[in-house]
Write a protein that binds this ligand. Structure first.
Ligand code: HEM
Length: 451
């Protein structure tokens, strides 16, 4: 960024530690958001040996989303996760052969037809949550984040790989794969010095994860079933139409862990935040329930009816606007260029796009901090520039699991609000944890079965 000096930076920068004193290492993304409100649509922040340009403004973002000039940046946190997910879809470099191969092979595994096949498994997971809540609801407050994580793990485990993490039976104890994944995720965002100190532990977590995934794949192979009803089945049997190749074994292992890592926390975050907002907005909740009542009544929520729940879907979209589970994504310049007509960036220069900032840009209108699902009424969506809304990233490296997540979350939310009153205590003030994805913390709700 040749004109870095002209880009604002946080106040109180010190010559030796730069912005370190003002940073928040527990909630770094929320501090960035505060900075964006103080400093405007673009700012830069530095720590010794490290610097980053952060963009939140819609006009600048429009340029960053131009795929002819920018692409996904695979350095920083993504690079640190390569030992876990290698050339899997999320951590693959843009020009890596296995990214294009896997992208082509796996797209059909996220199509509407594929989702139709996953639907009964997702519904089974939701049924387990309903049973769990029905049994335990009288025992006192429920940790909503924990329940959503159990549900999301079960959904991806079952619909993805026919694997049962026993997340509702563990009594709060995670399957070793899950604890290793959570630890490895936390490790990947540690400063390099702390990473060095914990490298041996990190290796052991990766070994545990690889062992579990290899077992799942081996078991499926040995079973001789050619089922294509889950992601793993499709991954094992599909052949690339262009090259005729299948996914190499090691890459398949990387993809399984990629889907787990990319899918469980994000989907759980969406479900938790949406239930929080619905509880705090009774008018929206009533409209959502009325629609469920009219559309499905007491019947099973089948694949097609999930798409007819438009009021709920608008609540989901608005939740993703206000608290997009993934706080940011990174873009790098493919050539020397200019953004917003005034900020020069050289080839290789990168920026973090802070989704929370973009999603609360003044172009959204007044009251950008308010939960208002009507923003997603079709006529209002049509009147808005599409680049204002990017919860799933952008371009060829955007989220491949988008429809999977939206379907899973909408189904789960429909069933929970139909079956339960989920009440957030009046005195709860939203506090959000960070660890790869945003998640409301200490959110203990009361859950009562509806008749
Ligand atoms: C990529 C968000 C759910 C799999 C991404 C990206 C975002 C995102 C922002 C782009 C990251 C970047 O540019 O570096 C979300 C959100 C989700 C969600 C908000 C839920 C609400 C899922 C699920 C899966 C998944 C359920 C899989 C089952 C992936 C993969 C990529 C990705 C594989 C990398 C795609 C590629 O580079 O080819 N996601 N995601 N995501 N997501 Fe998701």
């Amino acid at each position: 960024w040749p004109g870095l000096d002209a880009i604002p930076h946080p106040a109180g920068r010190r010559p030796d530690t730069l912005d370190m004193e003002n940073s928040d290492f527990v909630r770094p993304m929320q501090r960035m958001f505060q900075w964006s409100r103080e400093l405007g649509p673009i700012f830069e922040t530095q720590a010794p040996g490290f610097g980053m340009v952060v963009v939140t403004g819609a006009d600048l973002a429009r340029d960053l989303f131009d795929d002819t000039r920018f692409e996904k940046y695979t350095g920083f946190g993504i690079e640190a996760f390569r030992p876990v997910t290698g050339d899997g879809l999320f951590t693959a470099y843009n020009d890596e052969e296995n990214w294009a191969l896997a992208h082509r092979i796996l797209l059909p595994a996220f199509s509407r037809e594929a989702l139709m096949r996953y639907h009964p498994k997702m519904a089974g997971s939701v049924g387990r949550l309903v049973d769990h809540w029905t049994k335990t609801a009288g025992d006192g407050p429920v940790d909503l984040g924990e329940s959503s994580v159990s549900l999301a793990l079960d959904m991806i485990g079952q619909a993805g790989f026919g694997f049962d993490f026993g997340s509702f039976e563990g009594g709060g104890k995670n399957h070793p794969y899950v604890s290793s994944m959570v630890n490895a995720l936390a490790y990947s965002v540690l400063p390099p010095q702390l990473q060095q100190e914990r490298e041996a532990e990190f290796r052991s977590w990766v070994t545990t994860m690889n062992g579990t995934v290899d077992d799942v794949i081996d078991t499926r192979r040995r079973s001789g079933t050619s089922t294509d009803t889950d992601l793993l089945g499709m991954m094992m049997h599909a052949r690339d139409e262009v090259t005729g190749k299948r996914l190499p074994d090691e890459n398949m292992r990387y993809q399984v862990t990629t889907f787990m890592v990319a899918g469980y926390g994000t989907t759980a975050s969406l479900i938790t935040f949406c239930l929080y907002f619905l509880s705090r907005n009774p008018g929206v909740l009533s409209a959502v329930r009325a629609e469920i009542e009219q559309t499905v009544g007491d019947a099973e929520i089948d694949f097609e009816s999930v798409y007819r729940l438009r009021a709920l879907r608008r609540a989901v979209d608005e939740t993703l606007r206000l608290w997009s589970p993934t706080p940011a994504f990174l873009r790098v310049a493919k050539e020397d260029t200019v953004i917003g007509g005034r900020y020069e960036v050289r080839r290789g220069g990168w920026a973090a796009l802070l989704t929370s900032g973009l999603h609360r840009d003044p172009a959204w209108g007044e009251d950008v901090d308010a939960f208002d699902p009507d923003r997603f009424l079709p006529e209002r969506v049509r009147a808005r520039e599409p680049h204002l809304y990017k919860p799933f990233g952008t371009g060829p490296r955007a989220c491949i699991g988008r429809q999977f997540a939206l379907h899973a979350a909408t189904l789960a939310l429909a069933e929970t609000v139909r079956s339960f009153d989920v009440e957030v205590p009046q005195d709860y003030t939203l506090s959000v944890a960070e660890g790869g994805f945003f998640m409301p913390e200490n959110l203990e709700v009361s859950v009562r079965r509806r008749t």
